[in-house]
Design a protein around this ligand. Sequence first.
Ligand code: SF4
Ligand code: MG
Length: 289
Amino acid sequence: MLDLKVYQSPIKPTWCPGCGDYGILNAVKNALAQLEIRPHEVMFVSGIGCGSKLPDYMNANGFTTIHGRSLPIAMGAKLANPDLQVICVTGDGDGYGIGGNHFLSIMRRNPDLVHVVEDNMVYGLTKGQYSPTSPHGFVTSTSPDGSIEVAFNPVATAINGGATFVARGFSGDPKHLATLIAAAVRHRGYALVDVLQACVVYNKINTYDFYRQRVYKLEEAGHDPTDRDGAWRRAQEWGERIPIGVLYQVAGQPTYEAQVNALAAGPVAKRPLAPLTAAQANALRREFV
Ligand code: SF4
Ligand code: MG
């Protein structure tokens, strides 16, 4: 196991005291340390939001992109250099709302990357508007009479949409969450880890206590993650009992990058840079101009 200090960033987190993102950051570091993945071997890609600041707080490669667009950029990084461990970090608004279509597309494509979603059911950075995962009736500045939308179910959508690894963790149990992130990293293919994240400022419903009273661990409940129908049924559970753990995993599905013919000669990032000859430049000009 690596020393956690190798991931220590000089930048101090600006999250509110008590924010669930601290637990998620700890879990990410612990997972990477357990797997002995060194900072130069990993790349974090994030969008915009409180949780999307996480790459700043890791000593590793990082790319903070625009709102909702981190998944395609993470996939581009993976295609350019499949040797990199790519971890995409988004919030629920960023990942499921603004970037919702990318979420639907990436699960069908199955690139080998991890997607950690800090799901606090609210847009925290912009001061608490309701998000796709906000519960029905959730009162915010943009839903003063309570949200009239049905909450989006990310894990059920991922199981239905072709994701090959679907897990749910809780920011108040970073040790358990680290095991899920480590399993997601070991998985070959798109791995979603939706994290029930406490936002102590803008979500007074789904608090640490709310979750502590309700979450139970799938691995202690005899759940078989290879059983897709069983995973689907567990994904419908919400209310008095909320499952956390690996809901679904199917091994051996081909990754997107393994099927791209242009990558058969090896990662683009590892090929020598060579200037075009005049003949090659002219051939390109003829093809495209
Ligand atoms: Fe965390 Fe909420 Fe504060 Fe954002 S607003 S840093 S999600 S507690
Ligand atoms: Mg959010």
